[in-house]
Design a protein around this ligand. Sequence first.
Ligand code: HEC
Ligand code: HEC
Length: 300
Amino acid sequence: MKKILKWIGGILGLLLLLAIGTAFYLRNTAQNRLAQKYEVQPKAIAIPSDSASIQAGQKWAASLCTGCHGGDLAGTEFFKTPDLGTINAPNLTPGGKGGLYSDLDWDRAIRHGIGKDGRPLLIMPSKDFQYMSDEHIGQIIAYLKNLPAVEQSWEAPQTTFLCDVLFQVGAFGDALNAETIDHTKPAHYAPQRGVTTEYGNYLVKISGCRTCHGPQLNGGKDPNPEAPMGPNLTPGGNLPGWGADGFMKTLRTGVTPLGKEINGKFMPWKEIGKLEDDQLQAIYSYLMAQPNLATAEIKN
Ligand code: HEC
Ligand code: HEC
C-alpha cells in the first residue's frame, strides 16, 4: 500500500513539474515574440498638407482610431487587470509618441503594426488597416501630424506571467498583427467612393467588422472574453428588415429598430456611426449582398 502511494505521489510530482515547465516554456516563447524586432521599410508616400486632406484624415481617425486612442487621440488605458497586466493605447499627438514619428514611422505603425523601435504592437488592428490605400493613409498621417499637442505619457505594455501564457495558447486571438501581415505586399487599392458594394467591402475590411462578426459576417466573437456575441450581419440576421435608414440610425443612436440597445463598450457604434451617410449606405449594401447565412454557432 505504502509503495503504491509513493508511486502515485511520484507521478503527481512529475506531472506538476511538467505543468510548471510547460507554463515557463509558453511564457518565454510569448516574451520572445513580444521582444522580436521587425525591420520593415514601407515605400515612401507623399503626405499631403492641404486642409481638405487633413479634414478627410480627421474623419477617418474619428471612425478608426478614437475608440482606443481617445477622442483627442492623447491615449487611453485600453486594458488593465491585476491578473493580466496593463496595455495602454499611447498618445498620438505631437506631445506624445506622435512628436517622435516620421512619415514612414506612421505608416509602419498603422499598416504594418510595428512601433518606431521595431517592436510588434499589441492589439493595434493593423491587420485591418493594412488594406487602407496610400491616399487614405496619407490623409490620416496628415491629420495626425497637425493634431494639437497634448502632454500625456503612458507606460509601455506590462503583461503578467498568466497573460503571456494565455496569449501564447491563442486566447486573445491575433493580438500581434505584425506576425501575420505580409509586409512585402504592395499597397492596397481603394475603390471609388460611392454607394457601391465594392466601396462597402473596403470600409468593412478597414473597420475590422469581421474580427467580432466572424469571417463570413454571420456571427462571431471578439477575443475579449467579456464581449457578447457579434450578431449575424448577413441577410440571415436582423438587418434586411431595417433598410439602409434603419441601419444608419442604429449606428448613430446605438439602438436597433428592434429596440435593442447596443453596448458601446463591445461594439464601436459611436465611432463607426461617424462615417458619413453614403459610407454607411455602402456598408449596408455590401452586407445585404452577402449570402443569406444562418447565424454561426459560437462557443464561448
Ligand atoms: C482596438 C484598439 C486600437 C485601435 C482601433 C487603434 N489602435 Fe493604435 N494602438 C493600440 C494599442 C493598444 C497600442 C499600443 C501597443 C503596444 O504598445 O504594444 C497602439 C499603438 C499605436 C501606435 C504606436 C505608438 C508607439 O508606441 O510607438 C500608433 C502610431 C498607433 N497605435 C496609431 C493608430 C492609428 C492612427 C489608429 C487609427 C487608424 C489606431 N492606432 C487605432 C490600439 C488601437
Ligand atoms: C470590437 C468588436 C466589434 C467590431 C469591430 C464591430 N462590431 Fe458590430 N457588434 C459587436 C457586438 C459585440 C455587437 C452586439 C452588441 C450587444 O449585444 O450589445 C454588435 C452589434 C452590431 C449591430 C447590431 C446587430 C443586431 O442584429 O442587433 C450592427 C448592425 C453591427 N454590430 C454592425 C457592425 C459593423 C457594420 C461593423 C464594422 C463597420 C462592426 N459592427 C464592427 C462587436 C463589434
